[in-house]
Design a protein around this ligand. Structure first.
Ligand SMILES: Cc1cc2nc3c(=O)[nH]c(=O)nc-3n(C[C@H](O)[C@H](O)[C@H](O)COP(=O)(O)OP(=O)(O)OC[C@H]3O[C@@H](n4cnc5c(N)ncnc54)[C@H](O)[C@@H]3O)c2cc1C
Length: 335
């Protein structure tokens, strides 16, 4: 049996960011990722900046894989459009995850790819046979750590992402969102510009009635490639710590439910987890400190986001004119 101070399960942005800041503090850890390479999970690859410290570039510490800034979102509702001044970044997520992994290794941290954790018993992980003082569940929306620690599951929706090379009449410096009951109830479809293609997709918090809308979406983009789907948490965060474990990122539902955006919030929470684990291993505090730190930074945002999500659910059932009016008001209030 191998003994480690920290075992991180999952090498998405949550696990990698936790690992980076643990490595910076010289903590002994190993990160186990089931895939043999990074970014296997689908994503829109957008980073919605939020007014919280530390910001994305403080956490990332690099510009590698950052493709550009979008300053306008064209929202399409029924036959009309709304142009909203929303700023966000597009990234090549594979490059970003690989860059963080490079930083971790440079700092002396250990990452093992192709290592799926099949079960967790106490703080032993199998089949690796590693015992951790602190276990980090950064293993995404269907977290095995969350299940083994008997923490309730968040509500889980669905997102599908693929690529198209060209979208005629679409401008590469803008992002496009389709919204409304004809597109998909309780969700939206998107087209985000990438360096050499478009990232397009559709997501909803309502999994039950999703298929016909997905089929319609696919028939609209017949040349869509690399179609991939995954769950998206759609609740407020669950309990994120116990006496010897923390949950970070999608495993804890640390996501802006209104837009299904969890890239940056996962990183902010990963950073908070590393801070708290360091103090905990020094004997200064319990792991409840982690929940205290991320709540101070993000709880208000998560609550507001869920409120918008609920409003959007009502709007996607309402008529087009009402939807447009409400989205205009929401964009004024929240951007
Ligand atoms: C279609 C789609 C589009 C999205 N678009 C955006 C967007 O544009 N912007 C945004 O901010 N957010 C977006 N999101 C949400 C965002 O992708 C997630 O919130 C974010 O990736 C969460 O990061 P994470 O590290 O917590 O989880 P993940 O990225 O899911 O990483 C979890 C990792 O754990 C690994 N793992 C799981 N189980 C095990 C195991 N048993 N053993 C070992 N490894 C394991 C997985 O392989 C995975 O690499 C989107 C989500 C979806 C599904």
């Amino acid at each position: 049996m191998e003994k480690r101070d920290v075992v991180i399960i999952g090498g998405g942005l949550a696990g990698l960011t936790t690992a980076k800041f643990l490595a910076e503090k010289g903590i002994d850890f190993v990160l186990l990722e089931e895939d043999k390479s990074f970014f296997k999970k689908p994503c829109g690859e957008g980073i919605l900046p939020i007014e919280v410290e530390p910001n994305f570039f403080d956490l990332y510490g690099s510009k590698a894989g950052i493709e550009g800034e979008i300053n306008e979102v064209v929202m399409m509702i029924g036959n009309g459009t709304l142009n909203l001044p929303i700023t966000f970044f597009m990234m090549d997520k594979k490059k970003v995850e690989e860059e963080i992994a490079r930083q971790i290794k440079k700092l002396g941290g250990e990452i093992r790819l192709g290592e799926k954790v099949e079960s967790v018993d106490g703080n032993m992980v199998y089949p690796q046979n590693i015992k951790a003082k602190v276990l980090v569940g950064a293993d995404g929306v269907r977290s095995i750590v969350r299940r083994s620690k008997r923490v309730r599951s968040p509500k889980i929706g669905i997102g599908i992402e693929g690529h198209v090379e060209e979208l005629e009449e679409f401008e590469k410096e803008k992002a496009y969102i389709w919204f409304g009951r004809d597109i998909v109830p309780n969700g939206y479809a998107w087209a985000f510009p990438k360096k050499d293609h478009w990232n397009i997709g559709i997501g909803s918090s309502n999994v039950k009635n999703f298929r016909p809308y997905l089929e319609r979406f696919k028939s609209r983009f017949s040349d869509i490639e690399d179609l991939r789907g995954a769950g998206i948490p759609f609740s407020l965060p669950v309990k994120t710590y116990g006496k010897d474990f923390v949950l970070v990122g999608d495993s804890a539902s640390q996501i802006m439910t209104s837009v299904g955006a969890g890239n940056l919030t996962s990183m902010i929470c990963g950073h908070a987890a590393a801070e708290a684990i360091f103090d905990h291993l020094e004997g200064k505090c319990s792991l409840s400190r982690y929940e205290y730190i991320w709540k101070k930074r993000l709880e208000k945002l998560f609550c507001e986001s869920l409120m918008i999500c609920k409003l959007a659910e009502i709007l996607s059932r309402a008529n087009t004119n009402l939807s447009r009016a409400m989205i205009k008001i929401m964009a004024k209030v929240f951007t």
